[in-house]
Design a protein around this ligand. Structure first.
Ligand SMILES: Nc1ncnc2c1ncn2[C@@H]1O[C@H](COP(=O)(O)OP(=O)(O)OP(=O)(O)O)[C@@H](O)[C@H]1O
Length: 482
């Protein structure tokens, strides 16, 4: 099928393969962004790939000085009225300056009397830190009962958020945090902690069985709130959880996406909230280079995927597929052919899922095949490539722009550079991708596969540039080879 079909106002453009030439882009081998030098919540092992801290700092400082960048801020953390313990925690995480959402949301969140909030900000711009700092500012350490609850759509995300809260609160003596996620060994345990982070089903169960005492709860956060409120099962569970919490609780909803139909419901869930929202076209992240590849037949998708294996393992990569069955099948085929890949889907049991995501975080597994279960929130800074093996669609087969945005947002975290590569193989998938591009009014560039060496060189150059400090034009030149 031809990708040249022209769509009104089309933002999917066909460009030839580049002989990429980037001014000053002679980056030494192995300088792919890997080391987590800012925002570190984990120590990376198993990788000799390091990027110079000095270079990263300079580039991040440039991004944060640009008022049009979502990482921009006019203030410092010191001006945001945080406790000395929290400022120490932030310094320990190597956060130098707040991002736009942190700077804007924090004063509103910290204000007394507490006010609800609905806040939207692009993927990877530090929403977790924004709501975590509010929580930790409001906790009374002398009262060891749950005072703040964060709900997230997956166990992996809940564990990650817990890690951020623990790192950030490491200087708050006596702080206790706990995960409320499915765990057979903890089914009959009381949740004696100041802060809980969990998935809605487990939290509801524990509240009902009185293992969570909700009387001191002051803050409820829904991360990925549009997803939590929109999905049938999850939405009901979140509503029921809220009904079991004190009426005056501060309700905080965060996400990169808030489709209009969810905003109305969100405003009922968090009444009289301060609202920070963005337009569709503001949502794409400059550092994520969106490419697509036009494949003749469905059958050729797999062989095309294999051609990217070398690039995928330079740092870390995620391959998104539609179903659990495809995830399992791809894993089996790739492993059979001697490739090292990991696979995570909702079909696996909880502890197995923990083991796999931890391996991926540590760099032990560099290629992860997964479904939409990991489309949202997962923050692994070494991810430089995201592959949409299947274009994201909703249950009716319609293009799903929100999921696309979350999936590609697993790369390009906090100013880093990443490549998002989508596979189209027929008229339908082509149309779905076009709908997505039009929704965000964004440019997607076609990869011409007649010269694989050139494709590889172009992608290498992008992922080696490590920070999105380059101008849009330089980046576009890199892709188009002009
Ligand atoms: N002020 C800061 N300075 C430097 N790094 C930061 C700062 N705030 C957050 N980070 C880092 O940026 C990365 C992305 O943050 P986070 O996971 O909170 O993004 P997010 O906005 O929640 O993204 P998503 O929409 O994908 O959930 C994390 O690794 C975090 O440690």
């Amino acid at each position: 099928m031809s990708a040249e079909a022209s769509v009104p106002g089309a933002s999917v453009s066909k460009t030839s393969v580049p002989e990429a030439s980037v001014p000053g882009a002679s980056v030494p081998e192995g300088s792919v962004a890997e080391a987590q030098v800012d925002g570190a919540t984990e120590v990376k092992k198993g990788s000799a790939l390091q990027e110079s801290e000095a270079i990263v700092e300079v580039k991040l400082a440039d991004l944060q000085a640009d008022p049009n960048n979502p990482l921009f801020s006019a203030k410092s953390f010191e001006e945001l009225n945080l406790s000395e313990e929290l400022l120490k925690g932030i310094r320990q995480m190597n956060f130098r300056r707040p991002s736009k959402v942190q700077e804007k949301a924090l004063p509103l969140l910290l204000y007394n009397p507490p006010t609800n909030m609905i806040a939207q900000s692009q993927s990877g711009t530090g929403k977790t830190a924004a709501f975590s700092l509010n929580i930790l500012s409001r906790v009374d350490i002398s009262n060891l009962s749950p005072q703040a609850l964060v709900l997230a759509p997956s166990r992996e995300l809940a564990r990650q958020i817990l890690g951020v809260i623990e790192t950030m609160g490491q200087f708050m003596n006596g702080l206790v945090t706990m995960a409320a996620i499915p765990d057979p060994s903890k089914r009959n345990q009381k949740y004696e902690a100041h802060v809980l982070v969990g998935t809605p089903g487990t939290v509801m169960d524990m509240l009902r069985r009185r293992y969570i005492d909700a009387r001191s709860m002051k803050v409820l956060v829904l991360d990925e709130a549009d997803n939590m409120l929109d999905q049938q099962g999850l939405g009901d569970q979140c509503t029921r959880v809220k009904q079991l919490l004190p009426k005056q609780i501060q309700t905080v909803l965060f996400s990169a996406t808030f489709p209009q139909h969810v905003i109305n419901y969100a405003e009922r869930f968090a009444p009289n909230a301060n609202v920070l929202t963005l337009a569709h076209e503001e949502l794409t992240i400059e550092g994520i280079k969106q490419l697509y590849i036009d494949i003749d037949k469905d059958n050729d998708k797999y062989s095309t995927l294999l051609k990217f294996y070398g690039l995928m393992t330079q740092a870390s990569s995620i391959i998104f597929v539609r179903t659990r069955a495809t995830a399992q099948e791809l894993e089996a085929r790739m492993v059979n052919e001697g490739h090292k890949v990991a696979q995570l889907s909702g079909a696996l049991e909880g502890l197995e899922r923990d083991r796999i995501i931890d391996q991926f975080r540590s760099g032990e597994a560099k290629v992860l095949i997964t479904t939409n279960v990991l489309a949202r929130g997962i923050d692994v800074q070494s991810v430089t490539m995201v592959i949409n093996y299947d274009i994201p669609t909703d249950a009716h087969g319609k293009a799903d722009p929100e999921t696309y945005l979350h999936r590609i947002g697993r790369t390009g975290r906090f100013g880093r550079v990443g490549v998002a590569l989508s596979f189209v193989h027929d008229q339908r998938s082509w149309q779905q991708l076009n709908e997505i591009a039009n929704y965000f009014k964004t440019d997607l560039h076609n990869i011409d596969t007649s010269d694989w060496d050139a494709v590889e060189e172009m992608i290498q150059k992008i992922i080696r540039s490590s920070r999105a400090g380059k101008s849009t034009k330089e980046m576009t030149d890199m892709i188009t080879g002009s």
